[in-house]
Design a protein around this ligand. Structure first.
Ligand SMILES: CC(C)(COP(=O)(O)OP(=O)(O)OC[C@H]1O[C@@H](n2cnc3c(N)ncnc32)[C@H](O)[C@@H]1OP(=O)(O)O)[C@@H](O)C(=O)NCCC(=O)NCCS
Length: 169
C-alpha cells in the first residue's frame, strides 16, 4: 500500500557544540553530513520498514554557516519511492534565540536502498505526495535519480529520457 511523506517524517533538534566546529567556530561540514545521513536513514526505514543503506548523496548545499550554540533542526522525509530505492529530502533549519523564528540554512538529497539480510535490494511501498512542495519534489525525483546513476557510471546519458526532456523538451 502507498504511503505519504509525513509517515516517514523524521525530526532532530540539537544544539551545536564547540567540539563539532571548524576553526571559524561554525559547524563542521562532515558533522552536518553525518546528522543528515542519520535522519534520512530513519526516514527511509520508516517508509520501507526494512534495513536501508545509503546508495548516494545526490546533492548537499551548504548555503549558510551554522555557528556554535545554534539550535539546529534537521527534517527528513521520503520524496519519492522507486522499486527498491527511495529519494529522501532533508532540510536544515536554525532558530533565532530571541524570536524563535526558523530560517533554512542547508538542504540535501540522499538515496537509500531497502535491502534484505543478505544486502539484496527489495521492493518498497510507493509514495503519494500530498502538499504542493511534496508534489514538486516527487516530480523532479526521476530526473535526479537518472543524473545520479549517470554520474556513478550506472546509466548511459542516452538512456536518461526524463533528464533529456529538461534540455530538449
Ligand atoms: C546500494 C546497493 C544496495 C545497490 O545495489 P546494486 O547491486 O547496485 O543493486 P541495483 O543495481 O538493483 O540497484 C538498487 C537500486 O539502487 C539504485 N541505485 C544504485 N546506485 C544508485 C545511485 N548512485 N544513485 C541513485 N540510485 C542508485 C538503483 O537505481 C536501484 O533503484 P530501483 O530498484 O529503485 O530502481 C549496493 O551498491 C550497496 O550495498 N552499496 C553499499 C551501501 C553502503 O554500505 N552504504 C553506506 C556507505 S558507507
Amino acid at each position: 500500500m502507498a504511503k505519504t511523506p509525513k509517515e516517514s517524517l523524521t525530526i532532530f533538534t540539537d544544539i551545536v557544540l564547540p567540539g563539532e566546529s571548524n576553526p571559524l567556530g561554525n559547524l563542521f561540514g562532515g558533522e552536518l553530513l553525518a546528522r543528515m545521513d542519520r535522519a534520512c536513514s530513519i526516514a527511509a526505514r520508516r517508509h520501507s520498514h526494512a534495513i536501508v543503506v545509503t546508495a548516494s548523496v545526490n546533492h548537499v548545499a551548504f548555503n549558510k554557516a551554522v555557528p556554535v550554540g545554534s539550535v539546529m533542526t534537521i527534517e527528513a522525509k521520503v520524496s519519492r519511492a522507486f522499486r527498491s530505492s527511495m529519494e529522501i529530502y532533508v532540510d536544515v533549519w536554525v532558530e533565532d534565540r530571541e524570536s524563535q523564528i526558523r530560517s533554512k540554512v542547508n538542504e540535501g538529497i540522499y538515496t537509500f536502498v531497502a535491502v534484505d539480510k543478505d544486502g539484496k535490494p527489495i521492493t518498497v511501498p510507493q509514495l503519494e505526495p500530498e502538499t504542493a512542495l511534496e508534489k514538486e519534489r516527487y516530480e523532479g525525483a526521476l530526473r535526479r535519480k537518472q543524473l545520479s546513476l549517470i554520474l556513478s557510471g550506472k546509466m548511459k546519458p542516452t538512456e536518461a529520457d526524463e533528464l533529456r526532456k529538461l534540455f530538449i523538451g
